[in-house]
Design a protein around this ligand. Structure first.
Ligand code: PMP
Length: 404
């Protein structure tokens, strides 16, 4: 059980008014708020041990390096990776997808297939499209049904020995669907394909066990999981990371450089060229520790309660339609009311202190599928309350009166 008031006290930003009303922050799928312990860790890093890592013999450099590597181990344990060197620090999910899609240029050829799904974020579409353009491979898309669920029979039908990699999200950011990734991973492996999981929306809500999942790659962004922006991780199985060429060249990723030839460093450094976001990497560990103190099981149970409450209350509004009605969903509610433009609803509820997202949520193909310009998206985190959902409902009713 969560002590919600205690949890809310951890987040200083929540305790303010916006446009003269108490802030209700329902844009958690875009980025989460940060607890004081994370804010303090950023300040502490710069106040005490700031130095470049993996280079200096001096004490601060060693302290910063140790903190960075301890954070890597924290994340390794958190996602149950076999080795710490299978956890690469990245700038976020987008970086992780690009790193792998770029590496696959060396591994696929004309006639091969890359499979994604109909509900991917643009960052899990465009890098694969670019890969296909470079190599002559074909992009294949797993379709979804009207609930926003992937059609597994179609997935199995599309899968073949031509499929070299399947890349799907664990949870859809615009629909909230939790995808059956265990099944997808098993089937893809049977066909001989690698599997990349975009975990951007899952990391803040669910326990992840990459060994139990048996995925080949798993990426998430720190900023959606109470950590700093510009931080994130890419998990890759050792054998895959050994096989992939480096993404960027530069300092730190080399063993030896001559003008004739460069040899590369081992994992994880081969993929971590240049001075990284040191504070981001360190503080991501703090954020993960914080989430584990709250407990991801507690978080998931409470957010499910919020999802059910919010769904029920919003559906009482006449003409409101929820986009994304999968049986297995996380705490994201995308909706529209009649022909009212989502942006207009968003702008009015903002005047009442309520932050929701409007638009296509970087999933234009999803909007095209449902034949809508966009949605209003309320996405709940474990620090939100039912009273805040009531405030949203009142604000949406007011917007409906004004616009309808
Ligand atoms: N995938 C999904 C499902 C997302 O929700 C997001 C962020 N909205 C991303 C990828 C991209 O994450 P980032 O912008 O942090 O790289």
């Amino acid at each position: 059980m969560l002590d919600i008031q205690k949890v809310r006290n951890d987040f200083p930003i929540l305790n303010q008014t916006v446009n003269g009303k108490p802030l209700v922050y329902f844009d958690n799928a875009a980025t989460s708020q940060k607890p004081q312990i994370v804010i303090d860790a950023i300040s502490n890093y710069y106040s005490t041990i700031n130095a470049n890592i993996h280079r200096g013999v001096h004490t601060l450099s060693q302290l910063a390096t140790d903190a960075y590597e301890v954070s890597r181990q924290t994340i390794q344990k958190h996602i149950n990776a076999k080795h710490a060197h299978e956890v690469l620090f990245t700038a976020g999910t987008t970086h992780g997808v690009n790193l792998v899609a770029n590496g696959f240029s060396a591994l696929i050829k004309t006639g091969d297939e890359v499979m994604i799904s109909a509900m991917e974020h643009h960052s899990n579409i465009v890098p694969w499209q670019m890969l296909c353009e470079r190599t002559g491979a074909k992009l294949v898309v797993i379709p979804m049904n009207q609930h926003g669920e992937l059609i597994m029979e179609e997935f199995e039908r599309l899968l073949s020995e031509k499929t070299k990699i399947v890349s799907v999200n664990h949870i859809s950011n615009s629909l909230g669907t939790i995808n059956p990734i265990e099944h997808i991973i098993k089937k893809a492996h049977t066909a001989g394909a690698a599997v990349f999981i975009d975990g951007a929306q899952a990391a803040p809500h669910l326990k992840i066990d990459v060994q139990a999942l048996d995925c080949d790659f798993y990426a998430f962004s720190g900023h959606k999981a109470c950590g700093p922006t510009g931080s994130g991780i890419l998990y890759g199985k050792e054998e895959w990371l050994e096989k992939l060429p480096p993404y960027q060249g530069g300092g730190e990723m080399i063993k030896e450089v001559t003008f004739e030839k460069t040899t590369y460093a081992g994992l994880p450094h081969k993929f971590e060229a240049g001075t990284p976001h040191i504070e981001g990497g360190i503080v991501l560990g703090t954020a993960i520790d914080y989430l584990n103190t709250i407990g991801l099981d507690n978080i998931a149970a409470y957010e499910t309660e919020l999802l059910h409450y919010g769904t029920e209350k919003l559906l009482e509004i006449e003409g409101l339609k929820i986009i994304g009605t999968a049986a297995n969903k996380t705490s994201v509610i995308s909706f529209n009311i009649g022909n009212i433009h989502p942006y207009d609803i968003g702008a009015i509820v903002d005047k009442m202190g309520i932050a929701v997202r409007t638009g296509h949520h970087c999933t234009q193909p999803v909007m095209n599928f449902f034949d809508i310009p966009g949605t209003v998206r309320a996405s709940f985190a474990f620090y939100n309350t039912k009273e805040e959902i009531d405030a949203l409902v009142q604000a949406v009713l007011k917007a409906q009166r004004m616009l309808g």
